[in-house]
Design a protein around this ligand. Structure first.
Ligand code: ZN
Length: 508
């Protein structure tokens, strides 16, 4: 008869072996996105599908079921009969992971994945041709799958809760609405005020900066942030991403555009923030189900923390500008700190989420959340989605996209079956602003440090308070533990008003 401790060790060992397979799968993905020769695709697809199957079988195996059962885990009490917070968290997550791996019938999974790959192709064609009718029948299927997924996964109040839980565990639709409804109103009003104010110039933002110089500055910033090339890499891809290949191997990518250095630099900083989170997890839980970011929202809070709260602060500008002056004097020599700071923070409501500024970004997310919820609840038909998109865009951002390509067809997420994912982007902003308030109390001179390029104080604070826990503390609880209170959207609103009232000289 094994003791509980022995069973827990067996469970962790099983998860670490699965993590070896999963990180091998990640390596195949990384290679595919970076250096794989094009004709390797067919074999690579087979490698990926084979390995994915092995991983799924391990996660859904009777060995896991027996261990969880032996530890007293049940639907009502997923954390079983164990002592210790870490052990309880491990069992709770493991039980959930096991349920998620087993709750879908095999034929359903296969049929869905075949449909989704066609739906992705249809979306790409629809976007290319700017013709929503090509994607419409597929999006209808995607929404049917989303409804069916929610039934298989199970939920208490709202089917959207089940979908949201895949990306932002324990967050509910009700809580999201109570955060996003007031946030949408506040931000729309702020955007409106800014639109009527005198605009800030930013000519330097579209000047040509050679890729070599952009890369040099990106690498320097990453190094100062504490992201070491001994445990990472920076490569170039069409769409930037972060991928974990092991506890000491978390790689990032970026995309360079000569005339838009801001996009690549801040993209690099953003991914660097994601990478530091994964690298900062306590070694004791690495490789287990707890050894990764706790939710996509908290993950985004870490990337956007570096990208915006730190990276677009006045003091970060004071650290960056001298480097630009040295490397690219022809563009930056006449620029002062104030003009640089205002330029990298100018606000302009547009149609495209990923090109959006700090103020408008969350509005793009709220728009998508409102619409996908209406689709799921049956209040909106897919056929009416493009019109609803335009209406919502007008209401929230004050602009109407001239085409579906720049509107409803711009994002890949729905085509791949991801419903419930978008909210995590805006949650990242909310979590981050609340964390910042606490960090400001803990490190009163953080701005002085940052202006001198000493970024490790910020990194260490995030590591100690957030990264080290991995997924051991649920997001909502983590926020309470770090900041002393539940998630409160007002911190983000206050942060933005404070900053942008000053930049645009608005009446407070
Ligand atoms: Zn991100």
């Amino acid at each position: 008869m094994k003791t509980n401790n022995e069973k827990i060790n067996l469970l962790m060992e099983h998860q670490r072996e699965t993590a070896l397979l999963r990180s091998s799968l990640s390596l195949l993905h990384w290679d595919q996105e970076t250096y794989m020769p094009p004709k390797a695709l067919e074999w690579r697809a087979q490698q990926i599908s084979q390995l994915s199957g092995l991983i799924h079988d391990r996660e859904a195996s009777t060995q896991v079921a027996e261990l969880l059962d032996g530890l007293g885990c049940t639907k009502k009490n997923p954390q079983g009969q164990v002592e210790g917070d870490l052990e309880k968290a491990l069992l709770k997550q493991s039980f959930k992971g096991y349920h998620q791996a087993n709750c879908f019938p095999r034929e359903y999974v296969m049929e869905k994945s075949a449909t989704l790959s066609q739906s992705h192709a249809a979306w790409a064609e629809a976007r290319e041709k700017d013709d929503f009718s090509i994607f419409k029948p597929w999006l209808e299927k995607v929404m049917d799958y989303a409804k069916q997924d929610a039934e298989y996964l199970g939920y208490e109040e709202h089917p959207y809760d089940a979908l949201l839980d895949l990306y932002e565990p324990e967050m509910t639709t009700k809580e999201l609405k109570s955060l996003f409804d007031p946030l949408g109103k506040e931000l729309a009003e702020l955007v409106n005020q800014i639109s009527q104010a005198e605009q800030v110039p930013g000519d330097f933002l579209t000047k040509a900066i050679p890729v070599k110089q952009q890369e040099a500055i990106g690498l320097r910033v990453l190094k100062d942030m504490g992201y070491s090339m001994d445990v990472g890499r920076l490569d170039v891809t069409a769409h930037p991403f972060t991928i974990e290949l092991g506890p000491k191997d978390v790689r990032i990518t970026t995309a360079y555009k000569e005339n838009l250095f801001e996009t690549s630099l801040y993209g690099t900083i953003h991914e660097g923030g994601h990478a530091l989170y994964e690298l900062g997890v306590d070694p004791e839980i690495q490789g287990t189900i707890l050894g990764t970011g706790v939710s996509l929202g908290i993950h985004e809070s870490q990337s956007r923390y570096w990208e915006n709260l730190i990276g677009r602060s006045r003091s970060f500008g004071q650290y960056l500008l001298p480097q630009f002056k040295k490397l690219v004097p022809e563009v930056f020599s006449g620029l002062d700190d104030e003009a640089f700071y205002k330029g990298i923070n100018r606000v302009s409501p547009g149609f495209i989420r990923i090109e959006s500024d700090e103020v408008c970004y969350s509005l793009h997310v709220i728009l998508r959340f409102n619409l996908e919820l209406a689709l799921l609840e049956g209040r909106l038909a897919v056929a009416d989605l493009p019109d609803a998109w335009r209406e919502e865009s007008k209401k929230l951002l004050g602009v109407v996209p001239p085409s579906d390509k720049e509107g409803v067809l711009q994002d890949i997420h729905w085509s791949g079956g991801s419903v419930g994912y978008f909210p995590t982007y805006a949650l990242g902003n909310l979590y981050g602003a609340q964390f910042l308030r606490t960090m400001e109390q803990d490190i009163p001179d953080w701005q002085d440090q940052v202006s001198q390029g000493k970024l490790l104080g910020v990194k260490d604070w995030l590591q100690k308070n957030i990264h080290c826990h991995g997924a051991a503390i649920p997001a909502g609880e983590l926020v309470r533990e770090v900041t002393g209170q539940a998630l409160n959207g007002q911190y983000f609103v206050d942060y933005l008003k404070n900053k942008y009232n000053q930049i645009y000289r608005l009446e407070p």
